[in-house]
Every structure is written in C-alpha cells, then in structure tokens.
Design a protein around this ligand. Structure first.
Ligand SMILES: [Zn+2]
Length: 686
C-alpha cells in the first residue's frame, strides 16, 4: 500500500466547461508560478532553452508552461548547477511555469546501448561516456533540484511495433516505477504526473490507466505515442485511454503534434500538449498560418510584400514581409529561424486560446470542423491544384507503407527493410536541400542576357529512384518558380523506377504528401509522361524497369543526376563498381554532376573507380556529409569547380578503412584497384 503523500489540491484543477458533442474540455489549474488555462500547448525547451527563442519572445508569444528534459539536464549542466543557481526559473530567467519530462522517452530513443532493470535504466552519458543509472528516485531527485512546477514519473517507453508480452512487461515496470516516484517526491510542493504506457494494445492501455489512476497523482499523461505508429492508430489509442483517465485531473498527450493533431486530441478529451514542431519547421522555413502551411523557401514568396499571416498580430507579422522572410530562409540566416519560430509559437498559443473560447461558448464542434479543413490545406494563396474529393486512402501498397514521423511529416517506408525515404526531414525539404539547391537548378535554368529561350540547350535531370517523386517535384516547382520571374531554358526530367507503388501510395494520400497536388504526377502515373501546359519547355517522362538495364538506352543524356536509390543493405546493385561504370559510360562526353545522400566509403570509392571525380556534399539532418560526383567535362566547363574534392584526409582514411573496396570487386583485382585510386587525377600531387 502507498502512503497518501499527494496533496489533492497541489494543482487545484477545476473544469470550466465541457463541449457538447465532443470530449473537449476547458479547465484551469494553479502551479507554483501561476494560474494556467487549458487546453494548453507547451513549447519544448529540452536543455533549458527553446531553440532560437528568448524568455521574452516566449512570453510575448503567449507561453504559459515550458517543457524541459530531466535526462538532458541531468547530464548537462547537472543537478548541482540548478541547486546553486536557485532552480530553472532563475537559471533561464523564466518567470512562468515549467514541466520536466522524466527521461523515459529519451532513454528509449538513445542510439547507444541501454539496459532496463528493475532498479532503473542504465545508459552511457553522451557528455562524458560514464555509465548512469537513471532510477525513478534519481529522476525525481533531479527534477526537485531543477525545481520545475510539474514533474513526470520515470516510464519505460517501447516502440509502436513491440509485441504484447514485452509491452505488458514494460507497462508493469512503469507502474512500479510510478509508485516509487510518488514515494520519492516526499513533501515537495511540486506536482507529479504519471505516464500511461501499453504500446498499441487496447487491453494494456486500459489496464495501465486504471492502475495509475488508483494512485494519487496530480495529473496523467499518455506516453509511448508518436513513436512510429500510424495516425489512426494514435487517435484510437488516445481516445480509448482518455475515456478512462480521471476527469478531475489534467490529461497530457506527450510529444504531439501538428495543429491538426492537437485539435483532434482536444476533441478526444486531452488538455496539455508539447511538441518541437513549431520551432523545428521554423528552422526549415515553414510557417503555420491562417492561409494554410507556408514554405517560405518557395520562389513564389520572393516578391511577396504581404505579411506572413494577414490574420496574425505577432511581432514577425507586424514588422516583416514574406519577401524578407523568404530571403532570410534562402541565406539560412538564424534570424529567419527566430522570427518564424516566434510566429509559429504565437500561432499555436492563439489556436489554443481560440479552442478554449469555442469550448466556453459551447461552439467547439463547429470550430473543430472548420479548422480541421483549414489545417489540411497548404498555402491557399499559391495553390498548385484544387483539393480533390476525399476517398478511402489505404496506408500500404505492395512493398510500401506510409510512415508518419514524430515531427508530423509523412514519408514512404519500404516494409521489408524498414528503410524510409527521407527519414529525418519532410521529403520536400530534403529534395530541395540535397538535390535541387546543391545542383543549382534555379541558376542553371536562368538564361544569360545573350541567350534565347528557343535556342538555349534544355537542362536534363536524371532522377534515379523516383520513389514518391519528391526530388522530381522539387525540380518541377523550382522551374515553375523561376519561369514566373526570369527567362529560362527548358527542363526535361527522366525518372527511373521499377516499382511505382511508392508513388501510387503517396499520391493516394496526397493530404500527407501535399507536394503531389499537381497535374504532373497524375499524368506520369497514368501515361508515363507529362508535358506542362503552362510551360512548353517543361516535360517529364518515366523509364520503368531496372535502372542498370535501362540506362544505356535512355535519352536524353543527363546534365544532372539525382541518385536516390535505396541503401546498399536494401539495394546492393545500386552501389557497385560495375553499376557506376555503366552510369559513367552513359554520361559520354557531357559535363555531368551527380548528387547522392550517402557518404559511405565503399560508395565513394566505387564512384572514383568508375572514373568520376568525387567531392563532399552538403550535410543532411542525419549525416554530416553527402556526396557529389562529376565527370572531367563538368570540371572543364567550370560548373563543378565550386565543389570541394575529397583530398588527402579522405584518402588517408580510405587507406585505413575496413570498407575499402567496392562490394563487387574480386579479391584478385584489389591491388590494381588500389593503385588506380591512388593515381586518380583528383589525388595528383597529394
Ligand atoms: Zn504572426
């Protein structure tokens, strides 16, 4: 039996209104730093900092509670700093409330070795490599030192795909840790929430909420969602858990989500939310507005004098034009990240206030229906295609399924290998960054003053691995934006793909893949080709079949190659020396530049061995470098001179590498191959 340690009035939670025809509710409670009103969104300040925001901009945006993370703060700066500095509020100059997550979710997402025992979670510190045992007691002790207003009990989070036996064991362990957390809090005035687990099993979720609700916590959270499950699975779990959560305590859905996700969860009876999306998408030039989701990097904003959101009165919207914000995102200026982040947070907080007003006025259901439609729109001022009638949309097709990342964006996953196309960034962001911008497609399309469109050479892109067409669509959008503002040469894209199911699946779910709302993919899927009606110079065709069997016959020959096939584990042929030799031969005497996401030694050396020059490519969200390869003619013509060739440092590392040779190189050819690499033109003189 547990002693009755929780003061039932720690938060003084009271319901202000319940919505008709919905589970939505508006409530008020009081933390150690003031009264807060729900439904409420909490910005994520994992390491006692919300990215690119100050305490002042957070207050201006309407933030009432900030989320910080015990796991990170325990490792750096450490509990002692908080004790000496008088707690997190004084430390970061934040006068309002703070909620600290316990660290369970971070340990679950650790890439390094971790071990779960009855005592706690053992993991290796990323700061100083020492082994740390994070027990429920240490988590509470640290949160007491941090001096947050609301603490979370340590939980064991498991993947959405975990089987019933393992999920059951993790939920039971979470319950025992919850009881120990309550005991460890002693007489601290800080509130403490428990976290419901149970993966995607309704019986486990119900048992978990019932077990925790019997203990005297100040609030309850739904954990273990937004970890790789589908959207409808998440909503089902959220609904059946919320139904059984105590009505007289705050209900918190952890790590969720987009404005639409939050609206759906409020409708299902949740009160509190946290997510890094507002600042994360701001970093990538994205903004949530009353006119739909805007990507400020799009060329359509270059000359837009309008404010970011005509319905918003935040500092960003009052002072700056879309044109200026577009410019800041194009030059990757931190100020753009800050300004868009400030607006996005303001947008979230205002949405929460509007939701609350609608509940208080008992008009939530109509508000929900109206906003639900808006949140599925992207950029209504610059539409690319009218929205189509919705029909049933399967989330898997052939070898592929739709994957929705924790940040809320969708990608296509290869079921057998679990490999995700564009895993860490929204597909369109990666397509722009890694392929279209690095290849300088916009600059290449613009005609010099002396050139005439009718006689200028058409730019040809080989899009190797069509996938869900993100790279091809990024190039098409780039052309359309350039053609609207400048005289341009023609663009022809040749896409290579043997299995069109990935594109078909994404196309059927174009609410999750809004970049496909365009005439081009529909035409490519139905007839294998597309010719723009607005731009006679813009065309796209498909070569279906195995790339290496079709490439020697494919025309026209490329200027640029976007090489985006699955990795060597899934598609070994794509990274072989013999394959790159075929590709090199197909380049003929053209100045060709190839861009690819990998920086693997075996892939790079196979490109070198085939005759390409090889350079460092830009970083991506999950890798510090990608790769660029090009022909000697590209160097001669000057277009490739801006790339940073692999040099002595890479060569020295290659000599020591265990993955030194292309995977298909016979052992007896290795010595000769090594000599050929050392004598490669790009290493001459090293
Ligand atoms: Zn604004």
């Amino acid at each position: 039996m547990l002693p009755d340690v929780a003061d039932p009035s720690r938060l003084g939670f009271r319901i202000d209104a319940l919505a008709s025809g919905s589970q939505a509710r508006a409530a008020t409670f009081r933390t150690l730093h003031g009264e807060v009103e729900t439904p409420l969104f909490m910005p994520v300040g994992t390491q006692a900092a919300v990215k690119a925001q100050t305490a002042q901009t957070l207050q201006d945006s309407g933030t009432q509670i900030l989320l910080a993370n015990t796991y990170h703060l325990l490792l750096r700066p450490g509990a002692e700093v908080f004790r000496r500095m008088g707690g997190i509020h004084r430390f970061m100059s934040w006068p309002r409330s703070v909620l600290t997550d316990s660290g369970g979710y971070q340990i679950f997402s650790l890439p390094h070795a971790r071990e779960m025992t009855e005592e706690g979670a053992v993991f290796q510190s990323y700061v100083d490599k020492r082994s740390v045992l994070l027990s429920p007691e240490l988590s509470i002790e640290t949160q007491v030192a941090i001096a947050s207003d609301i603490m979370m009990a340590l939980d064991q989070c498991v993947a959405a795909t975990t089987d019933h036996v393992a999920a059951h064991a993790a939920a039971d362990l979470t319950h025992r840790w919850a009881a120990r957390s309550l005991l460890a809090r002693r007489d601290s005035p800080q509130a403490l929430f428990a976290i419901v687990q149970g993966a995607l099993f309704p019986d486990l979720r119900r048992a978990s909420v019932d077990c925790l609700a019997a203990m005297p916590f100040d609030g309850y959270a739904i954990g273990g969602l937004a970890v790789g499950e589908g959207l409808s699975e998440r909503q089902d779990m959220c609904e059946l858990t919320a139904e059984r959560m105590p009505r007289d305590k705050p209900r918190y859905l952890m790590g969720v989500g987009t404005p639409l996700d939050i609206l759906e969860a409020v409708h299902r009876g949740l009160d509190l939310f946290d997510c890094s999306i507002p600042t994360l998408v701001a970093k990538r030039g994205g903004a949530f507005t009353s006119r739909g989701f805007l990507q400020l990097r799009r060329g359509v904003h270059e000359l837009a004098d309008a404010s970011l959101d005509p319905a918003c009165d935040c500092t960003t919207c009052r002072l700056y034009s879309r044109s200026y914000l577009h410019h800041l995102t194009k030059i990757q200026e931190t100020l753009g990240w800050q300004l868009l982040g400030q607006h996005n947070l303001y947008f979230y907080h205002r949405l929460m206030r509007e939701i609350r007003q609608a509940i208080l006025a008992d008009a939530f259901l109509s508000f929900y229906r109206e906003k639900r439609a808006l949140f599925q729109e992207s950029d209504v001022d610059n539409p690319t295609r009218p929205p189509r009638v919705r029909r049933a949309r399967p989330l898997a097709l052939g070898q592929y399924e739709v994957h929705v990342a924790a940040e809320g964006f969708a990608s296509i996953r290869h079921i057998a290998s679990r490999e995700i196309m564009h895993a860490c960034t929204p597909p369109m962001d990666e397509a722009l960054h890694l392929y279209v911008e690095q290849a300088q497609v916009a600059e290449r399309l613009r005609l010099a003053a002396s050139e005439e469109a009718a006689t200028a050479e058409t730019l040809v892109i080989w899009d190797v691995g069509l996938g869900a067409a993100a790279n091809a669509m990024a190039a098409i959008r780039c052309y359309e934006a350039q053609a609207a503002a400048h005289p341009v040469r023609g663009l022809h894209i040749v896409s290579f793909e043997n299995d069109l199911d990935a594109l078909r699946l994404a196309f059927r779910n174009d609410h999750l893949f809004p970049y496909l709302r365009h005439a081009a993919p529909a035409s490519l899927l139905s007839s294998g080709a597309w010719q723009s009606s607005a731009h006679p110079g813009l065309g796209w065709h498909l070569v279906q079949g195995d790339f290496f069997a079709t490439l020697s016959q494919a025309t026209p020959r490329p200027d640029l190659i976007f090489y985006d096939l699955f990795s060597a584990e899934t598609h070994a042929d794509a990274w072989k020396l013999s394959s790159f030799r075929l590709l090199f031969a197909a380049c003929g005497d053209k100045g060709v530049e190839l861009f690819t996401y990998t920086a693997s030694t075996a892939g790079r050396v196979a490109l070198l061995g085939a005759g390409f020059y090889v350079a460092k490519g830009c970083s991506t969200d999950d890798k510090p470098e990608s790769t660029i390869a090009f022909t000697h003619e590209a160097l001669e013509r000057g277009t490739a001179r801006r790339h940073e060739l692999l040099g002595a440092v890479w060569l020295a590392r290659w000599k020591r590498s265990g993955a030194k040779f292309p995977i298909d190189l016979p052992v007896h050819e290795q010595a000769a191959f090594e000599q050929a690499i050392l004598q490669h033109d790009q290493f001459r003189g090293l």
